[in-house]
Ligand binder design. Sequence first.
Ligand code: SF4
Ligand code: SF4
Length: 315
Amino acid sequence: MKLYKLMRKPPFFLSASHWMTKKDQPVKSGPNSRQAVIIPLLLIQYGSISAKLKAMTTLKNYLVSSIKGMRISAKGLQHNPHSGKRIIDEKTLKEMEDYAKQLGISNIGYTKVNPNYVFKDFEILYDKAIMFTMEMNKQLIATSPSLESNKEIFRTYAGLGTAVNKIADFLRENGFNCHPSPAIGGDINTVPTAQDANLGCVGKNGILVTPEFGPCVRLAGIFVDIDNLPISDQKDHRWIADFCKTCNRCVKSCPAGAIYQEPKVLKDGTHVYIDLEKCAPPFSDGCSTCISSCVFTSGQYDRIKSAFKSKTEAY
Ligand code: SF4
Ligand code: SF4
């Protein structure tokens, strides 16, 4: 029996839907939406015993913080001001961005949410998203597979959960409604949504490859009904998808053979990059090799781009 397939949603008290009211008109998942996977359930079932014991002691604080963050995000919907304010001025937007950076956010992008990226049977209150990346420490991730790299991943999950809730408080204090969606227990597939916000490109490892940090980041978002966000229609980083076809370094370096050479297209048309059941045992032991081995993790974006462009233009 597969636990993560049996339970596709967090318990009601951690779920945003539970705190929505009859007046709300949430965005529902689309016809091609993917099922959510509750990663801790996958790790409980497939992770190694020693990893579970280590996780209990070492990651406990981060997991507790992440669960508290989920609860605050969901319950906080009842504090939306419903002021009717839907235009943000440049000064407030800049203040929000500066505040986000103080909270450890690395980069910020804006997009309209594709309903197909809302997890199946989930709903979000508003259709625009402010997407956030948070860098993970490259040196710690480079120790993969290790307890240090595992801690760094869960530290970032917890940090993002805290950050999106504090930014939501800032937006509400300024009169805006919002729905923060943390990195663990979020409501959408953050990777393609962050790609839509021009923060990077979905790599062959299924992770957002960013120009600044490669895939050495985690993601979260806040949904808002602000009408004048600087939504990007740029696709500056999509060339990475072509580069990945020539690279395959993460595919070769994955110790579990869990990264598909070509993404698997599911019946509903969505793309899956990783065999989660194969990935779970090494991941629970701190594997992040698909991040540490990626050529973009060393921060060579411009050099790789110009070399790749010269090579492809030569043909
Ligand atoms: S975390 Fe490790 S096992 Fe999982 S896909 Fe990445 S490299 Fe493979
Ligand atoms: S290692 Fe290579 S193939 Fe894998 S995500 Fe990075 S660039 Fe793409």
